[in-house]
Structure formats: structure tokens, C-alpha cells
Design a protein around this ligand. Structure first.
Ligand code: PEP
Length: 249
């Protein structure tokens, strides 16, 4: 399975001209021989406009959320079917910032199914809010993963990415030690095995998010079990984002 580097542009990039400039710059600096898939996830109108204009193939497009309703009387929602029809391929679900606004594990699970039905690739964010010395964050993480994926059939395992994106690691100056990232990823894999059995669980990509930067990416790739990164701030600086991609060359 290919690794995946995802740029979550959040609301850091606000207009189409700004988005075009950043995209052009990433595309221009795109590292030769990168073994990772690369997706950028701007806000929906930007994602659709940029995808339409982008003539290349190496950058894929995603968004930062989607409705679990595919159609009907749901004012203000965006259907996964509309995203897919607009050339979008990936969708981040259950990001900590959406969970803080009320998204539950159940909601995330329903969104994942709707996204899969529309042939999108969900990137499902999980991760504990805080850690303690007794390790009780692992029971939080186990429930977080198993309920967020509870409606997803194991047959879809290979179309899913799980992002270990713990709230305590987001927005810091550096990510935690590779050992800590590794521990989280191994634990998530174990939870997937309990949910689906080993064969299916091995097919799901597990990436890490939380303060990844140009300086830390290579060390994490070499010393943890990451199969990619979810990148926030550093994804809106072309130089930094491309350096992170280079960790997979
Ligand atoms: C995030 O918000 O999921 C994230 C990884 O952000 P940052 O890279 O800025 O910590």
C-alpha cells in the first residue's frame, strides 16, 4: 500500500487565487521519486475550483468534512455524492476541530459509510485528547476507533485511512517522539484487528498527524510505523510540505 501525505488547509487559505498560488508552488517543487500519494484538503469551494483547474495528476484533492446524508431535505449540508461528482477523492472525517463542535464517533461512522458509498476515500481522525501515566488514554482510543468505524464493513478496509491525530499533539512546535507515535499506531492496528480480523486490518493505512514539520518527518518515517502524515500548518507552506513528502523518497 502506498503512503499518503495529506495537507489539511483548514481555513488557512481563504481565496481561490491564494489556493492556486500554493498549489502551483507545491506542484512545481513536487519531489521526484516520491513513493507517497499526496492529497490537499482545502475548504470545499476552493477544492472544487482547484481540482477543476489543475491539469496534473500527482496532487489529489480532498475536503475536510462531509454530510452523512447523500440527498434530501438537509439545508446547508454537502453530500458525498456532490463531492465525488466534483472530482474530489478524499475526505477528512472526525477531525478534532469538528469533534469539538459536536461530531461524535457515531456521526463519524455514518459519514464514513456515506463517503465510501459515494466512492470517496475517508481519512478518519482518531486520537485521545490527553494522556496520563496510567495509560487510560488507550481505553479512550480503543472506543474512539471501534465506534468511529463500527458501521464500516471490513470489505472496505483498503479504501480507508485512519489518522492518529491526538488533540494534545496538534498545534505544538514539534511532534512527540517516534516511540509515542509508534505506540499509538500499533494500538490502532490492534484495535482494527479486533474489529475486522488481521487480513482486513492490515489493508487499512494508518497515518499520523500532530505538528509534523520538515525537520521531524524523516525521523518519524524511519522510526515509527507511519504510513503517511496528516499535516496542518506546515501544509500551507510549499517548502515545508514538500520537505515532508521527501521523507517518502
Ligand atoms: C491537525 O490539526 O490535525 C494538525 C495535524 O495540525 P498541525 O500539523 O498544525 O499540528
Amino acid at each position: 500500500m502506498k503512503s499518503l501525505v495529506v495537507g489539511n488547509w483548514k481555513l488557512y487559505v481563504g481565496t481561490i487565487p491564494e489556493g492556486k498560488k500554493l498549489l502551483r508552488s507545491i506542484d512545481k517543487k513536487f519531489p521526484r521519486g516520491s513513493r507517497a500519494l499526496v492529497a490537499v484538503c482545502p475548504p470545499v469551494p476552493l477544492a472544487v475550483a482547484l481540482k477543476k483547474e489543475y491539469g496534473g495528476r500527482r496532487i489529489l484533492f480532498g475536503t475536510q468534512d462531509v454530510s452523512y446524508d447523500a440527498d434530501g431535505a438537509h439545508t446547508g449540508s454537502i453530500s458525498p455524492v456532490t463531492l465525488k461528482a466534483s472530482g474530489i477523492e478524499y475526505v477528512i472525517l472526525g477531525h478534532a476541530e469538528k469533534r469539538a463542535l459536536g461530531d461524535t464517533d457515531e456521526d463519524v461512522s455514518k459519514k464514513a459509510v456515506a463517503a465510501l458509498n459515494a466512492k470517496l476515500h475517508p481519512i478518519i481522525c482518531v486520537g485521545e485528547r490527553e494522556r496520563d501515566d496510567e495509560g487510560s488514554h488507550f481505553s479512550y482510543l480503543a472506543k474512539n476507533v471501534s465506534v468511529s468505524l463500527s458501521r464500516v464493513e471490513s470489505a472496505h478496509a483498503s479504501r480507508l485511512t485512519v489518522a492518529y491525530d491526538p488533540l494534545w499533539a496538534i498545534g505544538e512546535s514539534d511532534p512527540p517522539a517516534a516511540r509515542v507515535v509508534s505506540e499509538g499506531i500499533i494500538f490502532i492496528r490492534k484495535t482494527l484487528v479486533e474489529l475486522w480480523g488481521r487480513d482486513a486490518a492490515e489493508k487499512t493505512r494508518i497515518i499520523y498527524g500532530g505538528s509534523v514539520n520538515a525537520e521531524s518527518a524523516k525521523n518519524l518515517v524511519d522510526n515509527s510505523h507511519v504510513q503517511g502524515f496528516l499535516v496542518g500548518r506546515a501544509s500551507t507552506d510549499a517548502e515545508s510540505f514538500v520537505s515532508i513528502m521527501k521523507a517518502f523518497t
